[in-house]
Design a protein around this ligand. Structure first.
Ligand SMILES: Nc1ncnc2c1ncn2[C@@H]1O[C@H](COP(=O)(O)OP(=O)(O)O)[C@@H](O)[C@H]1O
Ligand SMILES: [Mg+2]
Length: 335
């Protein structure tokens, strides 16, 4: 499982470090570096896979990008396909068939029924002649072929398959999780993800996702606040380099009233004060500035942005955004 990421000199990341929990939800406005973060992992993976396979850390073989394509999910899949769920989820039917033969579909179906109330089950169907799997959804207990299923239902099903299939365990990376999902499903889906992430028996499951949905932020704030990390673009100057934009991460912790977001890494770098986590003296990278102030940016200091002072409310903009959007969605009956 990934426990820490350091990115130095890739796209918008410079001297960037982040401790990574089993479930990491990266939130941020456009151009804050969310996709760049996953691109960095894709880059590492492709570099390793291009290298001598004997040298690959086995970890990397279990990194799965999840970019589900509903059209691909509707197609039958060969019973010979024993792979984990593929990136586009095009072998979903084979994964469901394999899981049902192994008796491993029940928990998934409980979650599916809770997330998509009119779906009461999933029935994998094996075609002896073509040796292919397809599946029916049971809608109010009546079988409906998967080719007629809605995109949103298929997206939920594919994500659950990735979370429940033992062969698909490892690191699951999902861009903009809210895409194609009804806001009322998103919160419950995130809670399922939070419950599934971690070490289960002899396998591990980690989820890194990106979102700019206030619904996601609001529900994670309640259900899994440690998963939330805000990415923000800040401008950097000095260090002998031209002014540029870099991404910084601000993990969230709760303080004061609910809805108040604060950064845990404000103030001087720990090594200057001999704190428990003291590290070697950092290399200066320049001065970074965001709407809350500016500070000298040093290697390993990507998370602490505002200079000095006690921790305080740092991201009220997010709190307002979540509150306003949640209210609007609730008033329209979406939440
Ligand atoms: N090679 C690069 N060097 C520096 N910045 C880059 C590079 N490639 C992309 N960027 C910057 O990254 C930002 C886009 O980040 P991205 O991860 O796509 O944002 P989002 O959070 O919307 O997914 C843009 O501001 C772009 O200028
Ligand atoms: Mg993006």
């Amino acid at each position: 499982m990934l426990t820490r990421i350091e990115i130095d000199g890739f796209k918008s990341f410079l001297g960037f470090e982040l401790d990574v929990p089993p479930f990491l939800a990266l939130v941020g406005p456009n151009s804050s570096g969310k996709s760049n973060f996953l691109d960095a992992l894709a880059f590492v993976r492709s570099a390793m896979l291009a290298d001598d396979p004997e040298l690959w850390p086995s970890e990397v073989k279990h990194w799965h990008f999840h970019v589900p394509d509903p059209a691909a999910m509707r197609r039958p899949a060969s019973a010979l396909d024993r792979r984990p769920l593929t990136e586009d989820a095009g072998n979903l039917a084979a994964v469901l068939g394999r899981m049902s033969r192994a008796g491993g579909l029940d928990d998934l179906l409980v979650d599916l029924a809770a997330l998509v109330p009119d779906v009461t089950g999933v029935r994998p169907v094996f075609d002896e002649r073509s040796e292919e799997w397809s599946f029916d959804l049971l809608i109010d207990h009546e079988p409906v072929p998967c080719r007629l299923a809605s995109d949103g239902t298929l997206r939920v099903l594919a994500l659950l398959a990735a979370l429940y299939d033992r062969a698909s365990s490892g690191l699951l990376m999902v861009e903009e999780i809210e895409n194609g999902l009804h806001p009322s499903r998103l919160g419950a889906l995130l809670q399922t993800i939070a419950q599934r992430a971690g070490v289960v028996g002899d396998s591990w499951r980690q989820v890194i996702l990106t979102t700019h949905s206030p619904v996601a932020v609001s529900s994670l704030y309640q259900a899994a606040p440690d998963a939330l990390v805000f990415l923000e673009p800040v401008s950097r100057a000095g260090g002998g380099r031209p002014r540029s934009r870099v991404s910084v991460a601000k993990p969230m912790r709760q303080a004061g009233e609910p809805g108040t977001f604060v950064s845990p890494r404000q103030g001087p770098y720990p090594s200057e004060h001999g704190g428990a986590g003291a590290m070697s003296r950092p290399r200066p990278l320049g001065l970074i500035t965001d709407q809350y102030g500016s500070c000298r940016m040093t290697k390993g200091d990507a998370r602490g942005v505002a200079a000095g002072g006690p921790a305080g409310p740092l991201l009220p903009a997010y709190a307002e955004w979540v509150d306003a959007t949640s209210k609007a969605l609730r008033s329209h009956g979406f939440l």
